[in-house]
Design a binder for this molecule. Structure first.
Ligand SMILES: [Zn+2]
Length: 139
């Protein structure tokens, strides 16, 4: 995990186990007594309300949620995270382009939804130490 004062980059597995610790309450004797699951929707900010063009590579491109859909979900307790600005493979970009992909997405989420997201899901699931460090410090 890489930390800065306000932004952390964690892998999916770490985030999932942290969510499980925070949101699942187990009864002492009877197994799960009550389970509260939280969810995070990761948004590609430049194509909100359009289609997931990358799905067309393997199936039909699905319609993506609008800003209104996202505001409604967020008001009901669903967290919103970044999935970058344009869904580019961050491993193919320069440092400055990685900063732009991460930074522009965070600015859009702040402007459109009034949130300061702490989470990013890497496009295509691809990252490395350099990308995570850049995003934690500057993106
Ligand atoms: Zn994706």
């Amino acid at each position: 995990m890489t930390n800065s004062s306000s932004f952390s980059v964690v892998c999916y597995r770490t985030a999932r186990s942290a969510m499980a610790r925070e949101h699942v309450r187990m009864g002492a004797d009877n197994g799960p007594e009550r389970a509260e699951f939280s969810a995070t929707v990761f948004v590609v900010t430049e194509i909100v309300g359009r289609t997931a063009a990358w799905d067309a590579l393997s199936s039909t491109a699905l319609k993506l949620m609008t800003w209104k859909n996202l505001r409604d979900l967020n008001s009901k307790g669903i967290a919103i995270g970044s999935h970058s600005s344009c869904h580019k493979d961050l491993l193919t970009l320069s440092s400055e382009e990685v900063v732009a992909e991460g930074g522009q997405a965070r600015v859009a989420l702040r402007e459109k939804l009034d949130i300061d997201t702490k989470a990013i899901a890497f496009p295509w699931g691809r990252s490395n130490g350099a990308v995570r460090e850049i995003l934690a410090r500057r993106g």
